[in-house]
Design a protein around this ligand. Structure first.
Ligand code: MRU
Length: 349
């Protein structure tokens, strides 16, 4: 069955599959203004590091179209777009792909500032399309390199959703699984449900089932026992930010899975594009971890599961130290420890 279209630019609008509604409803959000997109990123209607970056790039194009309608003089027009970039950057702090994509868009704006408004919009749209296409190509290459570490009849555990729904298409961690599956490797996926927002249960199982890739859903607290019973051969997850030493921020719970994998001698891989690497940060201690509303912990699908006034702690991500990571699968190859050297070399390619 065909893969889902997560992000689509059509008739000067950005169309997104609404990840908050899946798997119960397949609904699409139409963003006409950049503020519609900012709202969609904050609410996780569009989520996953690469998808956030790609959609934000189109958000800048939306701002250019809006700015053209609202402002007559060029200075105001440029200011409008720069302000939109700032607002888009303030939506979520952890996934570096957001800032990476916005920096690329800002650079296009800077170098073309002497052109007409229409030409500027054209240049911005070209860049956003390029970011979109590059993301799909990166994911396919990640799939190709990652396939090297996937044995025949592998049982692969994944956490959260790092699939087509988290990227422009194909996926990172699920891209590796997809690639191996299409080669006939007889892959079976174990998907952690991924509390609090259940991206594993709602999104990973949905997109794998759509393509007939065998998948078993487990709750987060079952991963250790599944490993103990030899049900898991390897773990692959995505990433939101990788620092220069290989420490990796990903969905809350990834760190626990990495510790469990180490204890059971199971390889633990991260799959991510090079754009997820932040060379400005030396280690994971410097990564800003997003904290979200307490309601996400206190409720499931709007239904309270704890007393109304209960205290909660709700970090959206955690950091897995590099020593727990067997390899980082990228579009230029698999990076191995010591990561400070392999990452530096990969950045030069
Ligand atoms: O809060 P989310 O759903 O945006 O978190 C997503 C993840 O943690 C993914 O694993 C990560 O962004 C990689 S997506 C290819």
């Amino acid at each position: 069955m065909a893969q889902v279209k997560t992000i689509e630019w059509k008739d000067d609008k950005l169309i997104l599959i609404d990840c908050t509604k899946l798997p119960l409803k397949e609904e699409y959000l139409i963003c006409k203004k950049y503020s519609d997109l900012a709202k969609a990123i904050k609410s996780l209607a569009v989520r996953g590091a690469p998808a956030i970056g790609v959609s934000a790039a189109y958000g800048v194009v939306l701002a250019a179209i809006e700015g053209e309608k609202e402002n007559n003089n060029k200075e105001q027009y440029m200011e409008f777009i720069y302000k939109a970039i700032e607002q888009l950057a303030s939506t979520r702090p952890t996934a570096v792909n957001l800032f990476w994509a916005l920096d690329r868009m800002k650079m296009i704006l800077d170098i073309n500032k002497e052109l007409s408004k229409n030409k500027i919009k054209e240049k911005l749209l070209n860049e956003a399309n390029l970011i979109y296409e590059e993301d799909i190509q990166c994911n396919k290459n990640i799939g190709k390199y990652g396939n090297e570490v996937i044995p025949h009849r592998a049982n692969v555990l994944t956490h959260c959703n790092a699939g087509a729904l988290a990227t422009a298409g194909y996926g990172t961690a699920l891209g590796v699984i997809r690639y191996a599956h299409h080669l006939g490797k007889n892959i079976h996926v174990y998907a952690d449900e991924t509390r609090p927002l259940l991206q594993g249960a709602r999104l990973t199982t949905w997109e794998l089932q759509k393509e007939d890739i065998p998948v078993t859903l487990i709750t987060d607290n079952m991963a250790g026992y599944a490993m103990k019973l030899n049900k898991i051969n390897l773990v692959i997850t995505g990433a939101d930010r990788i620092t220069a030493n290989g420490d990796t921020a990903n969905k809350i719970g990834t760190y626990s899975v990495a510790l469990l994998a180490k204890e059971h001698n199971i390889p633990f891989y991260i799959a991510a594009p090079i754009s997820t690497i932040d060379m400005n940060l030396k280690s994971g201690d410097e990564i800003v971890i997003e904290e979200r509303d307490n309601q996400e912990v206190r409720e499931v699908f709007g239904q309270a599961i704890a007393p109304n006034n209960i205290d909660t702690f709700n970090p959206a991500f955690d950091v897995t130290p590099n020593e727990y990571i067997t390899g980082i699968i990228t579009e230029v190859g698999i990076l191995r420890p010591p990561y400070n050297i392999s990452i530096k070399n990969a950045m030069k390619l």
